[in-house]
Design a protein. Structure first.
Lengths: 262, 352
């Protein structure tokens, strides 16, 4: 008889508890949704609109975040300058902002009476109660997730690789495109997945800044919230669809990441 | 001709180096870590900008801080072999070699180079699937692919295990000869410098302290530092004139004298090559007047190929290199007492 060792047992118990608690709500969503309800919820025009809007706005937001965030993260990872730590902290700040504060902040900055409001209006752009506003909110809340990951991924690239590229005749831009990005790819993909996941689930900032108008600003999470008081089954079905989409996203990025690294 | 004058502070190091390398010549820059060897290479390649400096190659000015000229690395055209080779992990061997080549015929050019280094079969392998020696050759082929105007090599053999090193160093020496461009190589290993360099310059704390052929440096080290780097045993003591034109040195840590044919006075370093030192049984009678003799206890016995390096504590530590039969015959092992002897004529004195 071997004496049971208490510490490994404690570790296993902790993990089992975490796993059970974190998966229970997801399991419940599917357990309470009949497959037929899933299908019929997709037959509902407003649900389809919400899903389509969620995918569109989150993909546009992701494209903006990646296009601007990748070079910005590269700069933060490869250059040291005065105020570096401050800049890193500032771009990560939205991570800890409550979504309601993010919404209020966006209104105060870009809303009709915001500090840049007249600039936005003069440019002929409408953000509040408009689809563009949803994109702005999604970019604001998701960008820090990508920036953080991308900066870490670029920082992990051996500087000798970048220098080797330079001595082989490639300028800084070509080195960035041909060496830094491919080598950092697994980390960049993971950052993109996190940012996309965050954008798909965004609720508070979107609601406060862009509102909840069917077909214009009502993304899937907002549609779920709207149904929840009147049609719990419908809300569950839409939730199940959103979970399925998010899970598929997470899995595909993990697979792509392991291919790139493996 | 590659010429470089570099000066100024780099971190805690005060760099002050002038060097010139002729086409087809290899200059080995030897020194301990922290001496500034890699900084010299990086400054020449344009990866680091010194406070003051001038670098020219075949009449082209790469760097001239006085004239505000500082070409970026991609416009200098030097081949750089990095210490850990810095192969691009996401590219196959041939794509690594072809990285800097113009679009047309790049596959063929890369393949030719790989074949020249015996790697024709490994063209499609990723760096992680290559052995250390193969990686080194791919990196060398890559550095040579663009027909560089100068070659810079940072510790080209130190990432290899000892078995691969012999073969790799011969291949590297012939590649350097074939390239026909100035080559500057840095290493902390004097043996490597002697093997690959036509000339050796010893770098200490950012300055070149002695320059010459490896043989010259080993035979007549200008300082204890150079003697130590060349692998010689270095003892310290107080020199005074002795009989027959010899100099006697009272060695620190005991009352033994060492004789040398070199002149010297005051504080000196006594240097002698390990293979000049013979070991005999403790208390053996002297066999010649010009013999230096030190008694001590063996601390280590290390087999290096067919030679054996024996560490002896004789007031000061020294190392003798002897043959395997000698070890068996004298039953040399840690703790045994022995007499170390060497000729006064093989004893170099350097002022401290």
């Amino acid at each position: 008889m071997t004496r049971p060792r208490p510490f490994p047992a404690l570790l296993v118990a902790a993990l089992a508890l975490a796993l059970a608690f974190l998966t229970l709500p997801v399991v419940a969503v599917f357990a309470n949704t009949a497959p037929s309800a899933l299908v019929s919820s997709l037959g509902d025009a407003s649900a389809r609109d919400a899903l389509r809007l969620s995918l569109e706005t989150s993909l546009i937001a992701l494209a903006i975040v990646v296009a601007v965030g990748t070079p910005a993260a590269y700069l933060l990872a490869t250059r040291r300058f005065r105020g570096h730590a401050l800049v890193v902290t500032l771009v990560e700040l939205p991570l800890v902002l409550p979504p309601a504060v993010a919404g209020i902040g966006l209104l105060a900055a870009l809303g009709p009476n915001g500090i840049l409001g007249s600039l936005v209006a003069d440019a002929g752009v409408r953000l509040v109660l408009a689809t563009a506003g949803v994109v702005v909110a999604l970019v604001f809340v998701s960008a820090p997730y990508y920036l953080r990951q991308a900066q870490a991924a670029f920082a992990a690239v051996d500087p000798a690789l970048l220098e080797a590229s330079r001595t082989l005749g490639a300028g800084e831009a070509r080195t960035f495109a041909r060496v830094a990005i491919p080598v950092a790819r697994p980390g960049l993909l993971a950052g993109g997945a996190l940012a996309w996941g965050r954008a798909l689930g965004e609720f508070g900032a979107t609601l406060m800044f862009a509102g909840s108008f069917r077909g214009i600003t009502q993304t899937a999470p907002l549609a779920i919230y709207e149904r929840f008081s009147t049609d719990f089954t419908g809300a569950l079905a839409l939730s199940a669809v959103l979970v399925a989409v998010s899970a598929a996203l997470l899995v595909s990025v993990k697979v792509a990441g392991s291919r790139a690294a493996g | 001709m590659l010429q470089a004058e570099l000066a100024g502070a780099i971190g805690v190091l005060a760099l002050d180096v002038q060097l010139g390398v002729a086409p087809g010549e290899t200059l080995a820059l030897a020194g301990p870590s922290g001496a500034g060897k890699t900084s010299v290479l990086r400054a020449i390649a344009g990866l680091l900008r010194p406070e003051r400096g001038r670098v020219t190659c075949d009449g082209a000015r790469w760097l001239d801080t006085a004239a505000h000229i500082d070409l970026p690395p991609e416009r200098r055209g030097c081949g750089y072999l990095f210490q850990e080779y810095a192969l691009f992990p996401h590219l196959s061997a041939w794509r690594n070699v072809a990285y800097g080549l113009p679009r047309e015929r790049r596959r063929e050019r890369a393949q030719e180079l790989l074949e020249r280094f015996g790697l024709g079969e490994r063209a499609d392998a990723r760096p992680r699937d290559l052995s250390g020696g193969e990686r080194q050759r791919v990196a060398l082929a890559r550095a040579l692919a663009r027909e560089p105007r100068a070659l810079l090599l940072d510790e080209p053999l130190s990432a290899l295990d000892t078995r691969t090193r012999g073969h790799a160093s011969r291949a590297l020496a012939s590649a350097l000869r074939d390239a026909g461009v100035p080559a500057l190589l840095v290493t902390h290993d004097f043996g490597e410098a002697a093997l690959l360099g036509d000339r050796v310059a010893v770098l200490d704390a950012g300055r070149i302290v002695q320059e010459g052929s490896a043989r010259e440096l080993a035979a007549a080290p200008a300082s204890a530092f150079v003697a130590d780097l060349t692998g010689a045993v270095v003892l310290t003591g107080e020199a005074r004139p002795g009989p027959d034109g010899l100099t006697l040195v009272r060695l620190d840590g005991g009352d033994a004298d060492a004789a040398s044919t070199d002149p010297g006075s005051g504080r000196v370093a006594v240097s002698v090559h390990p293979w000049e030192i013979a070991l005999g049984p403790s208390g053996a009678p002297p066999s010649g007047s010009a013999q230096n003799r030190l008694e001590g206890a063996i601390t280590t016995v290390t087999h290096v190929g067919n030679r054996v390096r024996v560490g002896v504590e004789a007031g000061q530590p020294l190392v003798a290199e002897v043959t395997e039969p000698a070890v068996r015959e004298l039953e040399l092992r840690a703790g045994a007492r022995v007499t170390a002897t060497w000729k006064a004529a093989a004893t170099r004195l350097v002022p401290l």
